[in-house]
Write a protein that binds this ligand. Structure first.
Ligand SMILES: [Zn+2]
Length: 241
């Protein structure tokens, strides 16, 4: 996708190498909880955003996630309303089940969005893809977040990525969405927190990553892109930072 998105993905993948034991434990708790919901007949997947996405998790970190599920009650709607009984039940079960597996750690799980895969399935079959915002969101989350129960929704993402017209259409939308997401103070704060945590755990942050992170956090998007281009041209270009 665009430079900004590529940059974000590079950063995310490097951070992921710093997976803490809490991040690993939490991912496992989410996987088990989703599996148990599946056994009860609820087909649910998650995209995890925030600190777990970067692997830097401490017991006090909250979990932000996007819920993806099949809801027949709202099969004509891309997103279930907050009072959808399926969505309500799934959220409650997940919160209870994940916390039980974390030995009563009392993890706060925020559900930032939900996508109805029953709607996605029908819409893709009907070729209702271009200009369909639910498709944008699905592929956007797939690109920036960390999946739980990936097989449930990745076939749809693959179909969308194979559609050249759709990919052309989503890039400007995704760039804007990502830029908005990154510009929130919370996100900037989080990045700084990740760094502190890495350093406080005695892990050495590679100089290159530290430089990238600084560029990422400073200036606006255009400046960032210029910095990235300069850095690519001249890797020793560190003096001005
Ligand atoms: Zn619903």
């Amino acid at each position: 996708m665009s430079t900004l998105i590529e940059k974000y993905l590079v950063l995310k993948n490097r951070y992921r190498n710093f997976d803490t034991k809490y991040a690993i434990k939490r991912m496992q708790a989410f996987r088990l909880a989703i599996h148990e919901l599946g056994e009860k007949g609820y087909r649910v997947g998650l995209e995890l955003l925030g600190s777990i996405n970067f692997g830097i998790v401490e017991p006090s970190s909250d979990a932000d996630c996007i819920l993806l599920h099949f809801c027949e009650l709202h099969k004509n709607e891309p997103t279930c309303p907050d009072n959808c009984p399926n969505f309500v039940f799934e959220k409650e079960e997940l919160s209870k089940s994940v916390n039980r597996k974390l030995d009563g750690e009392n993890l706060k799980i925020d559900f930032l969005d939900n996508i109805n895969l029953a709607y996605i399935d029908t819409s893709i079959r009907n070729h209702d893809i271009l200009g369909n915002e639910a498709m944008y969101r699905l592929l956007f989350y797939r690109n920036i977040a960390r999946p739980v129960n990936r097989p449930l929704f990745v076939p749809y993402c693959d179909l969308l990525e194979e559609n050249e017209d759709f990919v052309k259409e989503i890039i400007p939308w995704a760039t804007e969405a990502l830029s908005g997401y990154l510009k929130t103070n919370q996100h900037r704060l989080s990045f700084n927190k990740y760094n502190e945590r890495i350093l406080s755990q005695g892990m050495l942050l590679p100089q290159e990553l530290a430089d990238e992170l600084r560029k990422y956090l400073e200036g606006d998007e255009e400046e960032n892109n210029e910095e990235i281009n300069k850095a690519n041209d001249d890797k020793d270009n560190e003096s001005k930072l």
